[in-house]
Design a protein around this ligand. Sequence first.
Ligand SMILES: [Zn+2]
Length: 338
Amino acid sequence: MEFSERYSRQILFQPVGPEGQKRLADARVAIVGCGATGSALASLLARAGVGYLRLIDRDYVEPSNLQRQVLFDEADAAESLPKAIAAARTIRGFNSEITVDQQVADLVPDNVTDLLGNVSLILDGTDNFETRYLVNDYAVSGKVPWIYAAGVGSYAVTMTILPEETACLACIFPDSPKGIVETCDTSGILNSAVNFVASIAAAEAMKLIVGASDRLRRTLLSWDVWSNQHAEVSAAHPRIDCRACQQHDFIHLAGEGRPHISMCGRNSVQIHERRRPIDFDEITRRLAPHGRVKHNEFVLKFWHDPYEMTLFPDGRAIIKGTSDTAIARSLYARYVGA
Ligand SMILES: [Zn+2]
């Protein structure tokens, strides 16, 4: 397919033009999290011709994702495909000219430099503030722009962060904001709310890439698509005593060991055992007497009533059916290894 034909309608848009389109092709962008927001961001930017996209996600596709996560289908959910793999496959189907670097991993202080290195823009598709603060510390310390985006219920919020220029996430939210601690599980989520905020963030990303920085929004924007209430709070300047961007105290980057974390309120616990490579065939034989086991190239699932364990080749596990880390740890020790 002719390059100029694929992007012809976008090139006709004068602020992009042929020069902007070349910049998009040369751009390197990381998207952290490939759920609803991340899927929409990846889809829009891949179609727009961003030349290199790194998709980082720790999770796998489930039927309840299909209502809003635009890159996945029923076959992905039936196979429990890791979201980064499924998303990359879908993207290659509609744009084979760009590079998609799929990373099935949980972003933690240990791997943040590897996973977010060598990109010029980071986009937020995650579902939790722990990861966002880590991204903020990394981006502010390395002077990489990033775009915060979040949604819950019918409400969505976004902010473009330009280190050394605008406020950062920690300027606005020194601690996890109470109101947004509601999760998709407790309050549900409308697909229109997340796709709305992803569209705004994707447009900001394009402005950054083509060099239209005077058009960037320097506010924290929130919008409720159901009540139609919306607000903008200035984020044009850093807060003078900000821990991150002013005092350069990058506590999240330094990281405390985070051996276990609870996931997005889903009654599940993640076990971080990254350097424990797992042989799926071998472990299938060991687990078979204790419950149903099935695996493909990317994930292994093990059902042991009332728990469901999903194992990744590097040893990471997600255990559903409990939010108690002690139970999850003991299941992991018993069936995978201490
Ligand atoms: Zn700050």
